[in-house]
Design a protein around this ligand. Structure first.
Ligand SMILES: Nc1ncnc2c1ncn2[C@@H]1O[C@H](COP(=O)(O)OP(=O)(O)O[C@H]2O[C@H](CO)[C@@H](O)[C@H](O)[C@H]2O)[C@@H](O)[C@H]1O
Length: 613
């Protein structure tokens, strides 16, 4: 009985290392093994350890859908309709165009390379203001980034604190020692003030403050993090409350680091209000994780938040939105008013500014280009560590990588999938059109028809997308080679990373992407589209301009079925026909360093550059 369910260690035919089969030109789909390679039966490909029983299970169960039929649906259109309705609702209350008040003060140009010098940095006091933190309030990658970066700063000896809303649906079981620490915080709102209580607690050693407003709006008692019609008000309030808390509690951080549209007003408040109230030495770093969601809204938010000079704030140089003359744009406020803006990979920094991926904010990025750059995300190497991961049944590392296949077996068992010799290809992520939903669906059908299994874990706040995938799940439910899991499940995500052979990330755009980094840490080979941070981190086995030991996955360029098929067919073929090469890819990924070590230093250099001196 073979010991694992991974690719065999002996190649079927010896070919030049990492050679490209003639049929495998990038982005031109070659024909992969239609059924598992014929040598499988001869024992060259490793078999499942559950052995004969599992073979019987597979062969005795007739494949209910030999060729599942792939339906067509336009996810982009689905999401656009929902967004349009939302934007119209937001804007309808304000019909007049606001005059422009010209007073631009863009920063002087700065060369990022010059500030990324490892010069001595004094101990800094940094406060992160954020709407997400892993694992207590996680929707996506923002939560992971704040969790990982804050720890990196802390272990380097800096004083780091995090301010979050006190959501009623947080994972309170991950907060240690939660207690009230500031009873009477009155936060200006409309013409009065809202009474708040602030709590303090530790999240895996990180010092966190949670703001709880007491008002009839119940801003953070919605049993969800986002997706309500008044989100812009909820997070504008949170931003104001966080700044008021800093002021009233006497905290004077060197650096305030805030994230995405939800906290885009923080730098505005800092400069326009709190700077004059004694917080003159705090500087703001603003990180954009996703340009698509900008907090475009009507003027009522400004009134509520105490920013009353409409004409001043509406100007194109400040918060005025470029596309809707009646609207303000919270993310634009963050760009204009912060001391430094980052996005989460160097490639995406360029795409957002110059290649149409700034979702309308390109002019602001150009004007403020002197204080803008890309810092590649890391992942937390303690949370994402197959050697110590308590969510997976068998721990492993590159030294005993065969143990990974025990997790593959456990994953199949848990999802009631066939235990056979096929590779598992998976997707984990938010079900947003950004992620290339039609390509993910296509990958599922392609895999089950071409000798692979497919697992998808994801969820969407958009009910039409969620229900589409529920229907698809119903259709493929009986197929033993595929599984769709809808919902957010952190623990299952760990098992999927550990049990899969490959992870697909066919994004339309991807500011950084964490799933390919986590996949590599767990020895799952990434198959990605060449955009944003995916292009910065995954190097194609056959085509990359890199030494062999740095090639770690498969990359395709075209945003279409042909593109993804090209990567899938090359990967599936390699898995069956060149298992040693496939194993090299796994090991190369595991050997790379995508921890917070390097990006942590980059952020410190930025902080040091902007701090009051
Ligand atoms: N249903 C589910 N169950 C369990 N876990 C799930 C899950 N759905 C997603 N996750 C987890 O959430 C994280 C998602 O990371 P992504 O890089 O895809 O971030 P996202 O697109 O949300 O955020 C944005 O911010 C991040 C951080 O900057 C950028 O990397 C990214 O490009 C940008 O779009 C991963 O840890 C993944 O495992």
């Amino acid at each position: 009985m073979a010991k694992n369910t991974g690719p065999a260690k002996t190649p079927v035919k010896k070919k030049t290392e990492f050679s490209t089969p003639a049929s495998a030109a990038q982005d031109s789909p070659s024909k992969p093994a239609q059924t598992p390679h014929t040598n499988v039966g001869k024992g060259i490909i490793a078999k499942p350890t559950s052995g004969e029983a599992s073979k019987e299970k597979v062969s005795s169960k007739p494949h209910p859908k030999k060729k599942p039929k792939e339906p067509l649906v336009n996810f982009e259109e689905m999401a656009r309709t929902a967004e349009k309705t939302f934007a119209q609702e937001q804007l309808s209350a304000h019909e007049e165009a606001a005059p422009i008040n010209a007073d631009p003060t863009p920063a002087e140009g700065v060369n990022l390379h010059n500030i990324f010098l490892h010069e001595e940095i004094p101990s800094l006091y940094t406060v992160h203001i954020t709407s997400e933190l892993s694992p207590v309030a996680k929707v996506g990658g923002l939560a992971d980034v704040v969790f990982g970066l804050t720890w990196e700063l802390q272990i380097r000896g800096h004083n780091v604190e995090i301010i979050l809303p006190k959501y009623n649906n947080m994972r309170y079981d991950h907060i240690y020692g939660l207690e009230r620490c500031f009873e009477d915080l009155w936060v200006p709102w409309h013409n009065g003030a809202i009474h708040c209580t602030v709590y303090f607690g530790f999240v895996y050693g990180r010092k966190c403050y949670f703001i709880e407003p007491h008002s009839n709006d119940c801003f953070f008692e919605r049993n969800k993090f986002y997706g309500d019609h008044d989100d812009v008000f909820r997070f504008a309030f949170f931003s104001r409350a966080a700044m008021e808390f800093l002021l009233k509690s006497g905290k004077r951080p060197d650096i305030i680091h805030c994230h995405d549209w939800q906290t885009g007003l923080v730098p505005v408040f800092q400069w326009e209000i709190y700077h004059r109230l004694g917080m003159h030495d705090s500087r703001v770093c603003y990180t954009i994780h996703n340009f698509k969601h900008q907090g475009v809204c009507g003027p009522q938010v400004l009134d509520a938040a105490g920013l009353h000079r409409h004409e001043y704030y509406y100007s194109k140089e400040r918060l005025g939105d470029y596309n809707y003359p009646e609207a303000i744009n919270l993310m634009k406020g963050g760009i204009v008013y912060s001391n430094f803006i980052t996005t989460v990979s160097p490639t995406h920094a360029g795409e957002a500014k110059d290649k149409g991926q700034g979702f309308g904010l390109e002019p602001a990025l150009h004007i403020h280009g002197g204080k803008y750059g890309g810092v590649l995300n890391g992942i937390d190497y303690e949370v994402w560590n197959p050697k110590t991961d308590c969510h997976i049944p068998v721990q492993y590392s590159s030294e005993n990588i065969d143990q990974k296949y025990e997790n593959k077996r456990a994953l199949r068992e848990r999802l009631l999938m066939a235990d056979n010799e096929k590779p598992i290809i998976a997707f984990v992520g938010r079900l947003d059109p950004q992620k290339g939903l039609d390509l993910i669906r296509h990958a599922l059908f392609y895999c089950v028809n071409h000798g692979a299994q497919f697992i998808m874990l994801g969820s969407s706040p958009d009910p039409s997308i969620d229900s589409y995938f529920w229907r698809l799940k119903g259709e493929i439910n009986e197929n033993p080679d595929s599984h769709i899991e809808i919902g957010f499940n952190e623990e299952l995500a760990h098992l999927i990373y550990a049990g899969s052979d490959m992870m697909v990330v066919p994004s339309r755009f991807e500011p950084c992407g964490l799933t390919q980094l986590i996949a590599m840490r767990y020895g799952a080979v990434p198959l990605v589209r060449s955009v944003g941070g995916l292009a910065d981190t995954v190097f194609d086995k056959d085509h990359a301009d890199k030494p062999l030991d740095q090639r770690n996955g498969y990359v395709f360029h075209n945003d279409d079925y042909g593109g993804i098929e090209s990567a899938l067919s090359r990967a599936i073929s390699c898995y069956y026909m060149y298992p040693d090469h496939f194993r090299n890819l796994m090991l190369n990924g595991m050997a790379s360093d995508y921890s917070w070590n390097v990006p942590g230093q980059h952020y410190l250099n930025i902080y040091n550059y902007i701090r009051a001196k």
